[in-house]
Design a protein. Sequence first.
Length: 328
Amino acid sequence: MTLLRYEDLRITLPGTARPLLDGIGLHVEPGETVVLVGESGSGKSVTARAALGLFPRGAEVRGRVAVDGTDLVTAGREALREVRTAKAAMIYQDPRAAVNPVRRVGDFLTESLRLVHAWPRARARARAAELLDAVGLPDPVRHLDQYPHELSGGMLQRVVIAAALTAEPRLLLCDEPTTALDVSTQAEILALLGRLRRERGLGLLLITHDIELAASVGDRVYVMYAGRIVETAPAADLLTAPRHPYTAGLIGSAPPLDGAPPGRLVPIPGAPLGLLEAAPGCAFAPRCRFADPGRCEQSPPPLRDRGPAAAAACHRLGEAGLTPAEAR
């Protein structure tokens, strides 16, 4: 069974000119890493939180979000509780915001085991030490008695990952989990998440704004802009054969991760579309050098297949011949 599936998910807030999410469709299979990439405001975090049934207050929600077969849009309290405590877990970008600074690490890690699963203190503490060891923290028993300020950012992010694993979830939702860390620690955390995925058969939905990172760690990548999926492709193909102008723009404005000379970086002109700005056509058209006013600004382009497991939402698909070289 598909672990996570979105079907035409649309989330609208009162007083906005466009939806937060507009017809999102994607899926994550067990043992797979799927990446959502896009600029701030594209809807990535809203998409991830929807997989826990966490919708913005006052929002109108249509469509379907299913975790292990449970539709979170229509689920009752008990079904939501089952998903949030046993099937899916979230890892946020700032580990220090995820913990209580005046509570010991051991208390943070054992709380759900004791309150939700009614484990005795000794058993919960042993499990917490086991998880700290699994995420690569040496001397885990000592760390259980420390406070968050006694740990580095990388160590604390490992603690947060351990907390997400306490109930043996099948799905991890990772909302830019390395943003607050230095480059070397980022690589360690990403390697850790990859190892846990392989060893435990987890499904990972990873959020990032870095398209080079997305292509290097993901199996499949979805590119988001203004609440819509504008392109999806296997990660191995995305950097070499983008088909949406926005994807090509992200590639052209990002320095390579391999340390090679980046050449001339070309930023995407303009600014992302705000929630108070309507988009009757393609939301990217005002920033796109390939835009055709007759089509692009009047009707939103549908996602069209462009090969196995790949699609792009562009009226000029097949005409522009976009490549990373052209984007630069």
